[in-house]
Design a protein. Structure first.
Length: 225
């Protein structure tokens, strides 16, 4: 009797190992149903003269419970992540047609006839200057903004050259410089731009396509107007 039961248990466990290996090669994982099936097979084919120890049985039940809880938790996390991505995509789509403030040294002069943005001033400067160049690299306007404390300073260019003549729409390079004892230092700028469309990438990444300025990650946007 013992030999028969032992052989039967070996057959069941051997078959389970084959199935498990096949599933592993296919990318599947051991689920709670397979775990319970294995445990019941072990109980069914155990030697009645040497039954399984109560402690071992309780340990297997605890493992089964932990497996089920982990699977439930994993499903919950996936649901929450999916809802978060959907919410983020919905919020991003609502940004189409709005104006955002993004890191750039190029601004688009539109029909409104101005380019606005901010300058990041790392330390107090006695002379803050904004230079505007056209697509040929020619200086078309220079604006002296005077002294400035450290922080974020707003700027506005009215789209006119130094003689008050309006310039044609299009991209213009914006260069900000601060005057320091060690010499002039180029400073970082952020420019206002219109959002034309939104792209959703793999893993839930969101990219904003800005008018005339290319694409930018949603995480790089500093302000939405």
């Amino acid at each position: 009797m013992s030999a028969v039961n032992s052989a039967s248990a070996s057959d069941v466990l051997g078959q389970y190992r084959i199935n498990r290996d096949d599933k592993a090669r296919g990318g599947s994982e051991l689920g709670k149903d397979a775990f319970m099936e294995l445990m019941l097979a072990q109980l069914k084919n155990q030697n009645p003269l040497e039954p399984q120890d109560n402690g071992d049985f309780i340990s297997q039940l605890a493992q089964f419970s932990s497996l089920e809880e982990m699977q439930n938790l994993s499903g919950t996390v996936e649901d929450v992540a999916g809802q978060f991505r959907s919410s983020q995509a919905l919020q991003a789509s609502a940004m189409v047609g709005k104006t955002v403030l993004a890191p750039s040294d190029v601004g688009i002069l539109g029909n409104d006839g101005e380019i606005t943005g901010t300058i990041e001033v790392p330390a107090s400067t006695g002379g803050l200057r904004l230079s505007v160049m056209n697509q040929s690299g020619e200086l078309v306007r220079q604006i002296d903004m005077g002294s400035s404390q450290a922080g974020v300073v707003s700027f506005r260019w009215d789209g006119e050259d130094g003689n008050g003549n309006p310039l044609p729409p299009g991209p213009y390079q914006i260069v900000a410089q601060g005057s320091y004892p060690s010499g002039p230092e180029q400073l970082g700028t952020m420019v206002s731009a219109n959002v034309d469309s939104v792209s959703l990438g793999k893993g839930g990444s969101i990219t904003l396509n800005l008018a005339g300025m290319g694409s930018i990650a949603l995480s790089d946007v500093k302000q939405i107007n």
